[in-house]
Design a protein around this ligand. Sequence first.
Ligand code: PMV
Length: 327
Amino acid sequence: MGEALPAIPAHPLPVAVRAPGKCIVFGEHAVVHGAPELLFALDLETQVYVAPGAVTRLNGDAEARTRNRYFAQALDSLWAGGGPIEVRALSRIPRAAGLGSSAAFVAALAAGLGAATGGIDRPTLAERSFQIERGAQGVGSPGDTAAVIGGGFLAVNGGSGDPLWTVRDGDRRWEVRRVEDPGWLWVVAHSGIPRSTADAVRAVGQRLSRPDGPALLAEFRRVAEEGIDAVGSGDRARVAELMTRNQELLREVGVSHPRLEALIEAAGPAAQAAKLTGAGAGGSIVALPKPGEETDLVRRLARAGGLPFVVRAAPSGVSLANEAPAG
Ligand code: PMV
């Protein structure tokens, strides 16, 4: 093992960066408490373009630094003392949907600023991007930024072999490992219900501090560990069973939502399994389609009021692009 991922090379401004989103298959929320998580880089792209400017702006907004905490944290962390920059961001990932729009923006901007300051290796980029997201959100794990930076399928705190990297935060540590992509199509669907990741993470933290919390966390852990093995060995039926069990646990800790349950139910006939993905309380679901029934699944989810996408794992993480995004 010990796959070495290519560093982000040095590149003077202007620089264009592209980053995938992320989709969590097993272990959201529990990962914040040290349990394993399995996620993949989602092939919905974010593009960030960074150029020297007269004043620092994000998509034309000169007040973005006070309005957008991710932007402010990234500048403080990676551009202290740097000159004014013009940043443009375009994304196909719906916002606040649990599909990694903020992680993709943070990692792409951090990669661009890292390129402009002599290049940055991926473990350092992962550490910085986590700190930026964490600084902006106040809570959370490095899973989302890891997926966007590492590409493909990744296990956090699980899997086998040498870690690609380890992210530390005080006395907590998260090891990130490669899991083989089984090559499946997945369908994600956004409910359209906005929510706060930080509020959901705090509510689950409180729920897990009740007397049955340790037993629940142990069950989250078991499901994710077995899920990582099942995805790695391409066992679809087992993955489906474990996704269903994971959804029961997420319901139990209070982060499902009637709209998510409606989408999960609508997926039923065309999916082997479906569960919420990300922080929940709104946001999105991920479904494992019955092979060949992807179109029917999309139709069912759209009819139930979701915004569906057929996706697969993006093989590569964040990278420099050759051209500036249009628009
Ligand atoms: O807010 P989202 O949907 O990107 O999901 C975050 C996943 C959590 O496990 C809930 C939090 C985290 O930082 O890992």
